[in-house]
Design a protein around this ligand. Structure first.
Ligand code: SAH
Ligand code: SF4
Ligand code: F3S
Length: 488
C-alpha cells in the first residue's frame, strides 16, 4: 500500500505539469475511411470532439488510435494560454514530417486556435489543409472533400444558435460510467484576460429536452454519472418563446405564462432522470451562482456536492481589472452561502491566476488569504499569459516579470497543497459513497472512483466492479488522493 501511495502521488504531481490530451480510440464498423482526432484544452473541447466524430461517422469515417493509419487527422485545439498553442504548433511540426511520406493525408485544425487564427493558420503552418471553428463542425465533411480537391477549406463562422442539440456524441475516451453533456456554448462575460468569448462566440443555451434525452439515453446505456458543461452554467436560460414564435403566440392568446428554464430547473430535470444517475456540473461563475441552485443541490442526493467556483484572484482591485464583476467580499459571501446550505462536506475548487497586470505583492497575498478562508479542496493554478486581442492585452501592460509570476504561482501551489492535505485528512475515518470508475492507474488489484465531493478514492478491488456504488471507509490520504477499503 505504501508503494502504491507514493506511485500515485508521483503520477498526480506529474499530471499537473503535463497538459491533458485525448486521442481517439480504434473502432472498426467497416467504414471506408479512418479519422484520427487529438484534443486539447477544456472538457468542452473534449465534448466537441465527440460531436465531430459523430458528424464524421455519418459521413463514412471510423476512428483510429494510430494517426499513421488515418486518412484525416484533426487537432481540436485550445488557445487559453500561450503554452497551449505552442503544444499544438509542435504537434503540427510532427505531422508535417509524416505528411511528407503520405501527402494524401488531410490535416485539420479545429477548435479555439482555428477560430483565433483563421486563414492565417493555412499560411503559417504549411501542413494544415482544413481550418474549422467551434460553430462550423457540421461543415466538416464538405470542407474535407474540398481540401482533397486541393481547395482552401476554412469555416470560422460563429453562430448565435448552433448548439448541436440533435447530434448524439460518439463517446471517445469513455470509461462507460461517466460522461460529459454540453448544455450551452460560448460566453457573454468579458473577463479581460480571456480569449474564450472570441473563440467560442456568444452564449447560447441548449434545449433542455434534448439535454434530458441525452442524459436518459446515457443512463439506459449503463452510464452512472453526467457532468453538465458550460463556461458559465449559472447563466443557463432557455425559453420555448425564444426558439418557437408560433408556440409563443399560442401561449399568449390563451393568456398562459411563458416559462423559462434556468440552471436550477435544468439541474432538477436531469436529477430526476434516475436517483442512480449522479449529476455534476462545471463551471459556476461567482457572480451568477444562486441560492436556488444550492437548495436544489441539497434536495437531490444524486446531485453531487461539489462546486468549481473559480476565484482567479483574492484582491478586489485585481478582480475589477480582470472584469470578473465581483469583489472579494461578494465571493466570500457566495462561499458562506455554500457552507450554510450544503455544509463543510461540499467540495469547492478554484482556478487562480498569478501575476495579472499590475498585481502588487500585497494583492497577491490576498489570493493566499482567500485560499485560507475558503479552504479549497483543489485548484487549477496558472500564471498570467497575455492573449492577443483580449481586453487586458489592449488596455494593460503585462508588467509582472516572468520570474515574479512564477514565484507567486509557486506560493499559490504550495498553499493549495497544504490545504488539500488538511481537507483530505478530514475525510479519513469516514465512510464515503463511491461510484467506481475503473481500475486504479497503477495497480489492477485496486479500483478507483470518486465521492460526491469529487475526491478520488482508491481501494482494494475484491469482488467489486466498475459502475457500482460502494461504501468505502477511508483510512489514509495524500494531498491528491484518499485510500480505503470497501465496507458493507
Ligand atoms: N469559464 C471559466 C474558465 C474557463 S478558462 C470561468 O469563468 O471560470 C479556464 C481557466 O483558465 C480560467 O478560469 C483561468 O484561471 C485560466 N485562464 C484563462 N485565461 C488565462 C490567461 N490569459 N492566462 C492565464 N490563465 C488563464
Ligand atoms: Fe473566460 Fe470569463 Fe467567460 Fe470564463 S467567464 S470563459 S474566464 S470570459
Ligand atoms: Fe481552451 Fe477553448 Fe476550452 S481556449 S479552455 S479549448 S474554450
Amino acid at each position: 500500500m505504501e508503494n502504491l501511495i507514493q506511485d500515485i502521488d508521483l503520477l498526480d504531481r506529474n499530471s499537473e505539469e503535463a497538459q491533458e490530451v485525448k486521442t481517439s480510440k480504434e473502432e472498426n464498423t467497416g467504414k471506408q475511411k479512418k479519422l484520427y482526432i487529438e484534443s486539447y484544452g477544456c472538457q468542452m473541447n473534449f465534448a466537441d470532439s465527440e460531436i465531430v466524430t459523430s458528424i464524421m461517422k455519418e459521413n463514412g469515417y471510423d476512428t483510429t488510435s494510430d494517426f499513421a493509419n488515418a486518412d484525416v487527422v484533426f487537432l481540436n485545439t485550445c488557445s487559453i494560454r500561450e503554452k497551449a498553442e505552442q503544444t499544438v504548433r509542435n504537434r503540427l511540426n510532427h505531422f508535417n514530417a509524416i505528411k511528407k511520406n503520405k501527402p494524401e493525408m488531410t490535416i485539420g485544425v479545429l477548435g479555439c486556435m482555428a477560430e483565433r487564427l483563421k486563414e492565417q493558420l493555412l499560411e503559417e503552418e504549411k501542413v494544415v489543409d482544413v481550418v474549422v471553428g467551434p460553430d462550423a463542425y457540421r461543415d466538416l465533411p464538405k470542407l474535407v472533400e474540398k481540401a482533397e480537391d486541393g481547395l482552401k477549406a476554412v469555416n470560422t463562422f460563429l453562430s448565435r444558435e448552433e448548439t448541436y442539440a440533435d447530434i448524439s456524441p460518439v463517446r471517445l475516451n469513455s470509461n462507460g460510467v461517466t460522461a460529459f453533456v454540453s448544455i450551452m456554448r460560448g460566453c457573454d462575460n468579458m473577463c479581460s484576460f480571456c480569449v474564450v468569448p472570441f473563440t467560442r462566440g456568444r452564449e447560447r443555451s441548449r434545449d433542455p429536452h434534448s439535454i434530458v434525452k441525452e442524459a436518459t439515453e446515457l443512463f439506459d446505456q449503463g452510464y452512472k454519472e453526467v457532468t453538465l458543461l458550460g463556461q458559465n452554467v449559472d447563466s443557463y436560460k432557455w425559453s420555448e418563446a425564444e426558439n418557437n414564435k408560433a408556440w409563443l403566440e399560442k401561449k399568449e392568446k390563451k393568456g398562459e405564462e411563458v416559462t423559462v428554464v434556468n440552471f436550477a430547473n435544468l439541474l432538477e430535470m436531469v436529477a430526476q432522470v434516475s436517483p442512480e444517475l449522479r449529476v455534476r456540473f462545471s463551471t459556476s461563475h461567482p457572480k451568477d451562482i444562486t441560492d436556488e441552485v444550492l437548495h436544489t443541490m441539497k434536495r437531490y442526493e444524486n446531485i453531487c456536492k461539489y462546486i468549481h467556483l473559480p476565484a482567479q484572484s483574492g484582491n478586489s482591485r485585481v478582480l475589477d481589472l480582470m472584469n470578473r464583476t465581483y469583489s472579494r467580499e461578494w465571493y466570500i459571501n457566495r462561499v458562506d452561502a455554500i457552507r450554510d446550505i450544503l455544509g463543510e462536506e461540499c467540495g469547492i475548487s478554484s482556478d487562480m491566476i498569478a501575476g495579472f497586470c499590475t498585481e502588487t505583492e500585497d494583492e497577491h497575498k490576498e489570493t493566499l488569504t482567500l485560499m485560507d478562508y475558503v479552504r479549497y479542496d483543489f485548484s487549477y493554478m496558472f500564471f498570467y499569459s497575455e492573449r492577443p486581442g483580449t481586453l487586458a492585452a489592449k488596455k494593460y501592460e503585462d508588467d509582472i516579470p516572468l520570474d515574479v509570476k512564477k514565484k507567486r504561482l509557486q506560493e499559490i501551489i504550495a498553499k493549495q497543497q497544504g490545504i488539500s492535505l488538511e481537507r483530505n485528512k478530514m475525510d479519513v475515518g469516514k465512510v464515503h459513497k463511491v461510484l467506481i470508475e475503473g481500475t486504479s492507474k497503477r495497480s489492477k488489484d485496486f479500483l478507483q472512483g470518486r465521492n460526491t465531493a469529487n475526491k478520488v478514492i482508491i481501494f482494494p478491488k475484491e469482488q467489486y466492479e466498475k459502475g457500482q456504488y460502494v461504501n468505502v471507509l477511508v483510512d489514509d490520504c495524500t494531498a491528491a488522493t484518499l485510500f480505503g477499503k470497501a465496507v458493507v
